[in-house]
Design a protein around this ligand. Structure first.
Ligand SMILES: *Cc1c(COP(=O)(O)O)cnc(C)c1O
Length: 360
C-alpha cells in the first residue's frame, strides 16, 4: 500500500534527496569512501559546506552582511543561544504556542522578558494582533509558524526593534524578506532536512554587543570563519544532516525556488482547508485568517466527536500516516511541508470524502 506521510517532524523528505544521500553513504563524490567516513576538512566536504550556504543565500536572497550558520542542538538550543548573544537588558516575545513559551523560558535566564501578547487564552488558535512592541527591547521574537496549533504569521512584519524569528516549520515554504529580520533560526527537520542540524541566519553587526562573556560554543562569532569555507567549521559540524539538507535545497532549487514552493504549498493548503470547510463531519481549529499552510489542524465537527477513532482507523487503512493531532489540540493534524506531494493531499481529501459517504 502507498503510504502518505503527514508527520509533523521529522517528516517527509524529497525522494531525490534521500536517494542522493544513500549514494553518498556508499561513495562520496567519487572518492570511493562514504560521506560518513571522510574528514570534514577534505576539500570535497568544504565544497559541500560552501555550496549549501550558497543555496541558502540564493533561495532566500540572504544579503552578504548576514552569516548563515549550521549548528547542532536543534531549534531548542537556539532558544537560549539567541538571548545569550543578543539580549542586553530586555527582550520582547510574542507567545503563540508551546515553542514560543519554551523560548521565553530560556530568555529569562539572560534578562527581562516582556510578553507583548499571548493567544494562550484560546489554546493558541489565533495569532495576536494589535500589540505594541516596546521600543526599548533589544529584540522582538516571533514564531512564524506554530507547528502544533496550525497557525502562521503569513507576512514579514515590521518591527521597530531587531526582529528575531523561529522559522523551524515554515522556512523555505515561501519567499522571505530577510532584511526585515536580524536573526532567523530553526531546526532543519520540518522543511529543509533531517534532525540533527539547526540553521541560524544572523546580521553580523548584531554580534558581540551583549556585553556578557560567552562560552565558545554559545558565541555565534565562533562559527563565522575567516574565509567562507571555514563557516560552521569551528568543530565537527553535523556532517550527514547537512549533506541531506544540501540535497534537499538542490531539490527546492530544481523546482523553481521558494516562489514555486509557495505556489504549490498554497494549492495544497487550499485543497485541504476547502475539504475541511465543505465536509460536515470536520471542522478546522485555527481561525481562518491565521491558518498555516504547513500544518493543517482539524477535529470532528460538533455532534460527530464520537467518530474520531473510527476516522483515524479509516484513514490508516488508506495509507495515511502521522495525522494524529498533537495531544494538546487533539483531533487531527496533517503536516503538508514542501516535500509532501500534491497526490498525498488529494488522497487525504478523497479519504475524508469517502468517510462522509460511508456515513450516509
Ligand atoms: C519543532 C520545532 C521546534 C523544536 O525543534 P528542535 O530542533 O526539536 O529543538 C521549535 N520551534 C518550532 C516552531 C518547531 O516547529
Amino acid at each position: 500500500m502507498v503510504k502518505y506521510n503527514f508527520n509533523a517532524g521529522p517528516c517527509v523528505l524529497p525522494r531525490p534527496a534521500i536517494e542522493a544521500a544513500i549514494d553518498a553513504i556508499r561513495d562520496f563524490d567519487g572518492t570511493g569512501i562514504g560521506v560518513l567516513e571522510i574528514s570534514h576538512r577534505t576539500p570535497g566536504w568544504e565544497r559541500v559546506m560552501a555550496e549549501t550556504e550558497q543555496l541558502w543565500r540564493d533561495l532566500l536572497g540572504i544579503p552578504d552582511d548576514y552569516a548563515v550558520l549550521f549548528l547542532g542542538g536543534g531549534a531548542s538550543t537556539q532558544f537560549f543561544e539567541v538571548p545569550a548573544n543578543l539580549l542586553k537588558k530586555k527582550a520582547a516575545y510574542l507567545q503563540t504556542g508551546v515553542w514560543a513559551k519554551k523560548a521565553i523560558k530560556e530568555a529569562k535566564f539572560y534578562g527581562e522578558v516582556e510578553v507583548v501578547a499571548s493567544s494562550e487564552d484560546k489554546n493558541y488558535t489565533y495569532v495576536p494582533k494589535g500589540y505594541t512592541i516596546p521600543a526599548d527591547a533589544d529584540y522582538f521574537h516571533i514564531t512564524t509558524n506554530n507547528t502544533i496549533y496550525g497557525t502562521e504569521i503569513h507576512t514579514d512584519i515590521s518591527s521597530p526593534v531587531t526582529l528575531v524569528a523561529d522559522m523551524s516549520s515554515d522556512i523555505m515554504s515561501r519567499p522571505v524578506d530577510v532584511r526585515k529580520y536580524g536573526l532567523i533560526y530553526g531546526g532543519a527537520q520540518k522543511n529543509v532536512g533531517p534532525a540533527g542540524v539547526a540553521f541560524v541566519i544572523v546580521r553580523k553587526d548584531l554580534l558581540g554587543s551583549s556585553g556578557r562573556p560567552l562560552p565558545t560554543m554559545v558565541n555565534y562569532s565562533t562559527f563565522i570563519g575567516a574565509e567562507a569555507r571555514d563557516n560552521s567549521m569551528f568543530n565537527t559540524p553535523p556532517v550527514f544532516p547537512i549533506y541531506v539538507m544540501y540535497q534537499t535545497l538542490k531539490w527546492v532549487k530544481s523546482l523553481g525556488g521558494v516562489e514555486a514552493m509557495y505556489k504549490i504549498n498554497r494549492q495544497k493548503a487550499d485543497m485541504l482547508y476547502g475539504e475541511i470547510d465543505r465536509n460536515p463531519l470536520f471542522t478546522g481549529t485555527a481561525v481562518p485568517e491565521d491558518r498555516s499552510i504547513m500544518n493543517v489542524c482539524f477535529v470532528m465537527a460538533p455532534g460527530h466527536e464520537a467518530l474520531e477513532g473510527e476516522f483515524m482507523n479509516f484513514a490508516k487503512e488508506r495509507g495515511m500516516v502521522g495525522i494524529k493531532g498533537h495531544r494538546s489540540v487533539g483531533g487531527f493534524r496533517a503536516s503538508i511541508y514542501n516535500a509532501c506531494p500534491v497526490e498525498a493531499v488529494e488522497a487525504l481529501v478523497k479519504c475524508m470524502q469517502d468517510f462522509e459517504s460511508s456515513k450516509k
